[in-house]
Design a binder for this molecule. Structure first.
Ligand code: C2E
Ligand code: MG
Ligand code: MG
Ligand code: MG
Length: 284
């Protein structure tokens, strides 16, 4: 009987697993081809100073146009790019693209914006990673403080030694470091003190808890932790006026979210910045 069950389970699960593997490999092949054909895009989501509501910078976000129309979610394809190692090349391009756009914005008179770029673990394992960032900043004559690298807690925990070392090196040249999705990754508090950080990004899940008449304890705790550690805090996924107000009252410095702007292509970002400059208060 037991044997029969095992056989049944095997027959039931095996084709499904094979299908998933085939699908994954197909996606990776498409991603590689589309990247080679320059079909990937980097979009930008503005980041806002909560007290003044001025735009202080933007996060670079990858977009992969889907063959069926629309876009493949980065939540789907970034892990595949990481798994296949493609993220090293793609990440290098995102970095260059982001820095070139920042430079172009400088030329348009936006002198001190910051661009935040998401970094994956395989990039840290690439020995060319740290020199690549320094060379890019040098070549484009970008102030290192105007580049921010976003890393997650799980990335740090994956290989703390290499991450701490690389970040210390980059930090000494002036680059800023943020922890993304803070509060979702069970990071060790001891690494929080060892890492040369500038900013904690309060995960969207905790900003979502902000509702009229309720207290968002985790968001509050993260802002306080940031303050005690001497770090800036930025709220992710701010969609409502009351969330922006609540986070500002907690002492959170900055915000990013649909209330202010969705991620957009560079051309739209220029238009957004021009409009936002003349009217600094977003509509609800
Ligand atoms: P993330 O770095 O935490 O980026 C923030 C995500 O929240 C983005 O999703 C953004 O579009 C979304 N978002 C921003 N404001 C709001 C809001 O008000 N409401 C809601 N519901 N969502 C909001 P996106 O662009 O789909 O990216 C997902 C994730 O993919 C990113 O999360 C990041 O982990 C990864 N990713 C994107 N671009 C890159 C990249 O260039 N390199 C790497 N390594 N990862 C990337
Ligand atoms: Mg991010
Ligand atoms: Mg995030
Ligand atoms: Mg995320």
């Amino acid at each position: 009987r037991a044997k029969k069950n095992i056989t049944t389970n095997y027959e039931f699960y095996a084709p499904e697993m094979e299908e998933k593997t085939t699908w994954r490999l197909g996606m990776i092949r498409q991603l590689r081809a589309d990247f080679a054909e320059r079909k990937l895009q980097v979009w930008f989501q503005p980041q806002i100073d909560l007290a003044t509501e001025k735009v202080i910078g933007m996060e670079a976000l990858l977009r992969w146009p889907s063959r069926e129309g629309g876009y493949v979610s980065p939540a789907v394809f970034v892990p595949l790019a990481e798994y296949s190692g493609l993220i090293i090349e793609i990440g290098e391009w995102v970095l260059l693209e982001s820095c070139e756009r920042l430079k172009a914005l400088e030329g348009l008179g936006y002198k001190d914006l910051r661009v935040a770029v998401n970094i994956s673990m395989p990039q840290f394992r690439d020995p060319r990673f740290v020199p690549l960032i320094k060379d890019t900043l040098n070549k484009l004559e970008i102030k290192p403080k105007n580049l921010e690298l976003e890393i997650t807690e799980s990335l740090v925990m994956d290989d703390p030694q290499i991450v701490v070392e690389s970040l210390k090196d980059l930090k000494s040249s002036g680059v800023q470091i943020a922890i993304d999705d803070f509060g979702t990754g069970f990071s060790s508090m001891s690494y929080l003190q060892q890492l040369p950080l500038d900013r904690l990004k309060v995960d969207r899940a905790f900003v979502k808890e902000v509702e009229p008449g309720k207290q968002a304890f985790i968001a509050e705790t993260i802002v306080t932790l940031g303050q005690k550690l001497g770090l800036k805090t930025i709220a992710e996924g701010v969609e409502k006026r009351e969330q922006a107000k609540y986070m500002l009252d907690l002492g959170c410095d900055e915000a990013q979210g649909y209330l202010f702007a969705k991620p957009m292509p560079y051309d739209e970002l220029i238009e957004f910045l021009a409009k936002h400059d003349s009217s600094e208060s977003p509509s609800d």
